[in-house]
Write a protein that binds this ligand. Structure first.
Ligand code: MG
Length: 211
């Protein structure tokens, strides 16, 4: 095994301080996958929220000589709306009467010195997929966790991964008692498609290499 690439310590501190739902081990794995995949094409992250994973992925893509494209409508997923389990009142824009995580993402990208190598696409995943038509080094799916949202992300993005590139999916739970089943359902679809080879998992992060 080659020695692991060391992520920039200042950026790591930014990631640690950022709001979000990603273990550090998962983040560092994403960083490595992005770095290895970046020479094949841009790296896309679906579901950036406040930018915690964007720091890991974006610094990895940059270390590999590439760029990150952050895709998020920034109005929160189904679990982040007022009254839901993952609602954060700090992110509620009273004037819009809606969630807004974009301001936090910009703050995070600036703090991690990623503004020059990261493209922020404020859009729904399916709409973004319609305009991002180049082969991608990596796609990281961590958007809406309803079956419909996860299925859309898989159907619209998985086929864009270049041969040798990586499809990563967050929040895999084999046991339905541990968590929602939409992410693992699309992960299983990807395996069953025969287009991808399974790589080791890190926590709830799955990774597949496009054959
Ligand atoms: Mg997640």
């Amino acid at each position: 095994m080659p020695p692991a690439h060391r992520m920039d310590p200042a950026a790591l501190e930014v990631a640690r301080a950022c709001k979000g739902f990603l273990d550090e081990a998962e983040g560092l794995r994403l960083h490595d996958l992005a770095r290895q995949s970046a020479p094949l094409g841009p790296v896309v992250e679906i579901g950036s929220y406040c930018g915690k994973s964007s720091v890991y992925v974006g610094t990895g893509a940059r270390a590999g000589g590439g760029r990150l494209i952050c895709v998020d409508h920034h109005r929160g997923n189904e679990e982040q709306q007022p009254g839901e389990a993952y609602h954060d009142p700090d992110l509620f824009d009273a004037e819009a009467g809606a969630m807004d995580s974009l301001r936090h993402l910009r703050h995070t990208l600036r703090a991690a010195d990623l503004e020059d190598t990261t493209l922020v696409l404020v859009a729904r995943s399916a709409d973004a997929a319609g305009v991002v038509t180049v082969p991608l080094g990596m796609v990281f799916i961590d958007g809406g966790h309803s079956f419909e949202a996860a299925q859309t992300d898989y159907q619209r993005w998985a086929g864009k991964v270049a041969p040798g590139g990586v499809l990563a999916i967050h929040d895999l739970f084999d046991d339905p008692n541990e968590g929602g089943q939409a992410p693992i359902t699309i992960y299983r679809h990807a395996v069953a498609s025969g287009l991808f080879e399974e790589l080791p998992r890190t926590g709830t992060l799955g990774a597949l290499r496009r054959r």
